[in-house]
Design a binder for this molecule. Structure first.
Ligand code: GLC
Length: 661
């Protein structure tokens, strides 16, 4: 449509609301409608008519991508999901979700990358770039401070400005700067008492003025309460269609809440988005369908975390193994809610089949052992069978693999977990099996941190897959057999219990979630307050051994540093290491976390191979958000640069003196 073509006010108002559930208004044919679809790890069923579905894949949940720490893998997932959208005539995927994991009970944590904003921002930028470079738009969500599901439309998130900028909008700020997402979705929850969709401070003040976002803002579905107030706050498109819109907008104009200046601002952003999508349609080129499956597989492998491996029990050397648990046949490959991707059951191979394909000579005894009917909360829904007669034979096998986990009805949108333990029946089952064999591998398929303290000391190995998509069992078999070396690292802390988390498990009050822990979220809390954890942020084991050497810190120019070191794979197994760099502001003038992740890289090393890793440090590595200056600020003083294997395991440290920026 020509830029200056006059639109009637009626046409303008219709542009400000979806034309249905997932399609924008086409100005009666003058512009092509934009097709939207959930969700971050695959096209949600039902958004494309079953009969028209083409090449829809279920990729690993974003929490698994977070555990991969692998920029390239995540870029490829963005390309793959874009390819599915191209095949299904979708223009914008409603993802990625980058909310920070403030509490492990949040029902949608499986949809988010991390408890750390820098890691989330870096990885989400790859997803957005991969997707958009294939000609499909993204919709970064949910802006902002949507860190729980309970009563998300009513209870307000009460957050101070510094915490807001350093923790809850930092990832948005990074992705806007690095990858320029086509659109952003505002969240359901009120922020400091005002609904996000109508919050001028949030949308016009922070998102547009401070973060300089110039793109279209969609509301979450049903998140607009008064459309005129939303337009005044600079929300562009109300989702989904609402019969109230026209009335509310006209009433808003009559009362002087909004006028055509506000309306034209949004209309122009919407028409620009329409042009952008139109141009992108011309450069779309989907990946081959087989390549997409291979990307799903590689991402599932890269995000799988080996948490325990006593006496090198893994990879499997046994010729006779036992596999236990219904999840090995019908795995938890995705979480619930709008991120659910339903694929035909036959497309997911069983774990037994996958292991057998790798090692045909291995003798495998399988028992279902339990059944997970449609359980909607933790203790119900799991029926553990009486120990079948064959099981005792199984214990003669050289190794037992027990698959447990949560299902999409336990970790899902619109509800939070009430506990971070596994279903009590499954915990008991683990302990029972652990009494029968001292070669027990427990595989956990869950979307967020699990309190394993009741059984972790009773088993010999633990693998955490997460909701790893359609290739979950092939990836798991590759890891268990050693065909692939595990390289995942936790992108969220696994606490010893819910009570140890910064906000515990209690609901403070029915009206507000007060973020009184401030910036001390995740490892920032545990490290600063010396709280022991089950597994720390950045933790994960490998079948390889890596040696670090030649650490060097050089000031390359005023207040910019180059940190370099060598990493060598001194084992006989090819593998990957995640090198992590944290910074500690020793002479802090404001209360700051004892250390914060500032750089990372995942490097792949063949057996015997050595590589040099270099990190360039500049202002963002030392800054905090100073509310007096209302900007990122670096206080002069001593800082410690720490190269680590995880947030609790330092390898190199060096104190430097940083002058005022
Ligand atoms: C949901 C979710 C959002 C999703 C949207 C469309 O309620 O919060 O993530 O994209 O509605 O289904």
């Amino acid at each position: 449509m020509k830029k200056n073509q006059k639109l009637t006010i009626k046409e303008k108002l219709k542009l400000l609301v979806l034309n249905g559930q997932f399609t924008t208004y086409d100005l009666d044919g003058k512009i092509s409608p934009i097709e939207l679809s959930d969700g971050p790890n695959g096209i949600r069923k039902g958004l494309v008519e079953e009969s028209e579905q083409v090449n829809i894949h279920c990729y690993p949940a974003l929490s698994v991508l977070g555990n991969s720490w692998d920029r390239e893998v995540i870029y490829n997932v963005g390309e793959a999901i874009a390819s599915d959208c191209i095949d299904n005539n979708i223009d914008i995927i409603l993802g990625p979700g980058i909310n920070i994991k403030r509490t492990p009970v949040c029902g949608r944590n499986f949809e988010y990358f991390s408890e750390d904003a820098y890691l989330a921002g870096e990885l989400a930028s790859e997803y957005v770039s991969g997707c958009q470079n294939r000609g499909i738009g993204t919709c970064l969500k949910h802006f902002a401070a949507n860190n729980r599901e309970y009563d998300r439309l009513f209870r307000t998130s009460e957050v101070d400005l510094r915490t807001f900028r350093e923790i809850y909008t930092k990832a948005f700020e990074m992705v806007i700067q690095k990858a320029d997402p086509y659109s952003i979705m505002c969240s359901y929850n009120p922020v400091n008492g005002i609904n996000a969709s109508e919050n001028e401070w949030l949308l016009r003040g922070i998102l547009r003025r401070e973060l300089q976002y110039e793109g279209v803002v969609f509301s979450d579905w049903g998140a607009v309460h008064n459309h005129a107030l939303a337009v005044k706050a600079s929300l562009d498109i109300r989702c989904p269609y609402s019969t109230n819109s026209e009335l509310e907008l006209k009433d808003g104009i009559k009362k002087g809440i909004i006028n055509e200046v506000y309306i034209d601002e949004s209309v122009n952003r919407i028409l620009e988005l329409s042009d952008k999508v139109e141009k992108a349609r011309k450069k779309r080129s989907p990946l081959d369908d087989t390549d997409r499956y291979n990307i799903a597989l590689r991402a599932a492998e890269s995000g799988c975390v080996l948490l325990k491996n006593e006496n090198g029990l893994l990879p499997i050397k046994a010729k006779k193994i036992t596999v236990l648990g219904e999840l090995s046949e019908s795995p938890s490959y995705a979480g619930g809610g709008s991120a659910e991707v339903v694929i035909e059951k036959k497309r997911i191979k069983s774990l037994v089949q996958c292991i057998q394909e790798i090692n045909p000579e291995t003798e495998i005894y399988y028992e279902k052992l339990y059944s997970r009917e449609n359980c909607t909360h933790r203790t119900a829904g799991v029926r553990v069978f009486n120990e079948p007669k064959g099981l005792s034979l199984a214990y003669d096998s050289e190794l037992t693999i027990l698959i447990v986990g949560d299902t999409f009805s336990e970790e899902t949108e619109s509800m939070d977990r009430t506990s971070i333990k596994l279903n009590a029946h499954l915990e008991k089952l683990i302990c029972n099996v652990a009494q029968k064999t001292k070669k027990l591998v427990v595989v956990v398929e869950a979307g967020s941190a699990i309190d394993m303290t009741a059984w972790i000391d009773k088993v010999q190995a633990v693998v955490y897959t997460g909701f790893a998509g359609e290739a979950i069992n092939e990836a798991l078999a590759n890891i268990l057999t050693g065909k692939t070396n595990p390289s995942g690292r936790l992108s969220e802390t696994f606490p010893r219990c819910l009570e140890d988390t910064p906000i515990g498990g209690k609901l403070e009050n029915p009206y507000a979630d007060r973020y009184k822990e401030g910036v001390f979220v995740g490892y920032r809390h545990y490290v600063t307050n010396n709280v022991p954890v089950l597994f720390p942020f950045g933790y994960g084991l490998s079948y390889s051994t890596f040696k670090y050497s030649n650490f060097n810190v050089k000031e390359i120019k005023k207040q910019e540093y180059c940190v370099s070191f060598d990493v060598e794979n001194i084992s006989n197994i090819d593998g990957a290491e995640v090198c992590q760099l944290y910074v500690d502001n020793i002479d802090m003038k404001v209360e700051r976390p004892r250390r914060e992740l500032r750089r990372f890289d995942k490097i792949y090393l063949k057996s015997g191979e050595k590589k040099k890793v270099s990190f360039h440090l500049d202002k963002d590595c030392f800054a905090y958000f100073n509310i007096c200056y209302n900007t990122w600020h670096v206080d002069e003083g001593r800082y410690e640069i720490i190269v680590a294997k995880n947030v609790n395991t330092d390898i190199f440290m060096k104190k430097i003196y940083v002058k005022q920026f």
